[in-house]
Design a protein around this ligand. Structure first.
Ligand SMILES: [Zn+2]
Length: 139
């Protein structure tokens, strides 16, 4: 689907969050990759909003922005609040944002590395206390 296939009405519906989720996700992908569409969307937003922000428009606009690395990290550790976690899930699984997916992969790799380090450290502590115990028993 090319950019010019989208009508202003459809873009307005997108802003108002009144399209079905699949269409919304499709449009979001198109808009993300098209500065031209982003510009059109901005113009429509100004025209339809008349300066007052509808909740839908604010929500959609925010939805186009990526979460921070801290938020991604919190999401990974499952300590993120349900609402932002839902947004993140949508952003990663439906939008499949390549930037955030790469970021998440990197965080996952770091987490795994950290877990491995902790495991090694823990087994060292265990070994050394076992060794200490043995020494004590030998005395
Ligand atoms: Zn993203």
């Amino acid at each position: 689907m090319a950019d010019h296939d989208l009508t202003d009405q459809e873009l307005a519906d997108f802003l108002e969050d009144s399209l079905d989720p699949i269409r919304t996700a499709t449009l979001e992908k198109l808009i993300r990759n098209s500065p031209e569409l982003q510009e059109r969307l901005d113009r429509i937003r100004i025209r339809f909003d008349g300066g007052e922000h509808s909740l839908g428009a604010v929500w959609q606009r925010d939805r186009l922005s990526c979460p921070t690395r801290d938020e991604l990290s919190a999401y990974l550790n499952q300590i993120l609040d349900p609402a932002p976690a839902d947004y993140l899930k949508f952003h990663l699984e439906v939008i499949a944002c390549p930037f955030c997916l790469a970021n998440l992969e990197d965080l996952q790799a770091r987490n795994a590395e950290q877990t491995e380090k902790n495991r090694i450290r823990q087994s060292r502590i265990l070994e050394s206390s076992a060794g200490l115990l043995q020494k004590l028993q030998e005395k």
